[in-house]
Structure formats: C-alpha cells, structure tokens
Design a protein around this ligand. Sequence first.
Ligand code: ZN
Ligand code: ZN
Length: 342
Amino acid sequence: MPRAAFLKRIKTFDINEHNHCIDDDDIVRLKVDSCAICGSDIRIFNKGNERLTYPAIIGHEISGIVSESNVDGFKKGDRLSLGADIPCGKCHKCINGTPNLCNDNLAIGYQLQGGFAEYINIDRRVFDFGPVVKIPDELDIEAAALGEPLACAINGVEKLNVKTHSRIMIIGGGPIGIMLGYLCKKLKKAARIDYVEISDYKRDFIKGLNISDNTYNYNDFISKINKYKRSYDYVFTACSVFDTHQLGISLLDNGGSINFFGGLPNPAPSIELITNDLHYKEMTLTGSHGSTPRQHSEAIKMITKDSAFFLSLITDRFPLDNINEAFEIASRGESIKILIKP
Ligand SMILES: [Zn+2]
Ligand SMILES: [Zn+2]
C-alpha cells in the first residue's frame, strides 16, 4: 500500500498508508519523485492554516513520473512538474490572465492532496486549467520540482516591472529571495542587488552564488538604518516577518516600488502608511501571490537553461520517513531547498 505523510496537527507528521486509487475524476496518477519544502509549508507546519483540514497531505513543489493515465497526451513514464494554484478557468480573472487571483482557486497541498506522498492523483481540473508541465528530457527531475517557487518569483518580479540599472533590496535570503535576485540580475540586469538576512548560514550561501553585491546581517543593518533609508528603487520582502514590511517601505527612494512577497501568519497586524509618500514620491506598493500556468512553463524553460544553478539550491534530501526532521531543519533556517523523496 502506498504511503503518505499526514500532518496531524502543528509540528507533527505521521507516515501512514494512503489508499487513494485512480477513479473517474482522477485522470493521471503520478509517482512523486521529489516534493520540495516551501516557506509556506514551514509556516503551515509551525502555525497551521485555515485552508487545511487535518490530517492533511501538504506539499506543492512537485515533480514525478506518470504511473497511470486515462488522458490523451499523457502516458505512463512521462515526467511532470506541477504547480500549486488550480484556478476555475472560467471567471473574468482567469480569462484576463490572472488565474492566480481566481476566487474559486484551489491549491495542491491545501484543499487538494499535496506531494509529501508516494503517489498523487491529478484530476481533470488540474489538467484543464492548472500548471502541469512536461519535463524536458535534458532536465533533471529534482530541479523540475523548483518550477513552482521560480514561477512565483517570476510573478513577483513582473509585479514590480523592474527596470535595468536599478538598486534592489531583497529582505530574506531563502530560496525565494535567491530566485528573485537571480531574475533581477539575469533578466533585468540590475545595477545592484543587496540582501538583508538574519541567518549566518543563508548569508554565507548567498555570498557563494554570484548574484549579490552586499549581504547584510539583519541586526547590523537595522542598527545603521538611517544610512540605508530611501536608497533603493525596488524592495522585495521575501520572508514572513511583519517588521520587514515597514522597514521595506522606508528603504524606497522616489519612484520606488515594493513587493510584499512573503505572506504573514494570520491574524496579520497592520502598518502605518503615509499616503503622501505615494503622492509626492510616486511610490508603488504591490503584493504577489502564487503564480499562473504561463509563469510555471517559463520557469521550467529557465531551469532547463541553467539547471546547475537551480540544482545548487537543493541543500538537503530526506526520505518520507524523516519528514519531521526535515521540517525542523527547515524551520531553523539551516538549509536552502530541502527535497522530500517519497
Ligand atoms: Zn511554494
Ligand atoms: Zn477563475
């Protein structure tokens, strides 16, 4: 009998048998090769999430191999990369190219079964409207599990309409912060990319990647904050820390834009906003949530072109049986991307 990791309550996965056979609605059964731990999974593990009902199978950064299929165009042995957001495909937001904002959006690893399992069944709605990409022959299947986070990073960079020669601050140096920096450097030719990060491990890791100019310790940066205020064109908050939202706004120069990328645990507090800053300094505040199937396809193309970079972000691999340990390490910030290998 196949097995899955069931989140029973906060900070506890149990590995149990998962009897979920292919039926009329389930059109493809995927043997999960890799499911990466996302920052949002870490938040769910530690704080819970109202979109889940326990016991829940979470995980949405998935690559795997088709083991059964009753849909045209997909056969046993095909390798697939999946994303999280499954829109309705019919409302005006879906039709207008923003299916990640669909009010009827379901997500893999939330309302739908996630990837911390040996098998996942993919139903018609996922194939019709969701992010499902065949992995090119030349692409490593582990790197293809990073399609979802890179697609979300592409969405974040698109929201800021980043121009060349700009000064960029990324608050949070985890995998998303790294991917945002990568996109700003490679695609947008930013003049300067700086990071603020609290973890020594992550700062050292970023310094080895050749994407950053300055990598500041969070506490040192805050102690000299007056030196850095109003000195960036674009700021991303790539973490789940409330204080970074007000901090990020204070770093924006005239005409600057911020993207609140990382969600906060609920209930999220409010910040003080001086709207004259938006008026006189023409600042823009944006957020981004999830990604679209188009962005997922783009992400897989980008990973295929530079797979060595993306594989280098995978710092740890754990079998399903050790998923609690994997989440504890991820929660301590002593990793970049962790793959669960069911
Ligand atoms: Zn994710
Ligand atoms: Zn919709």
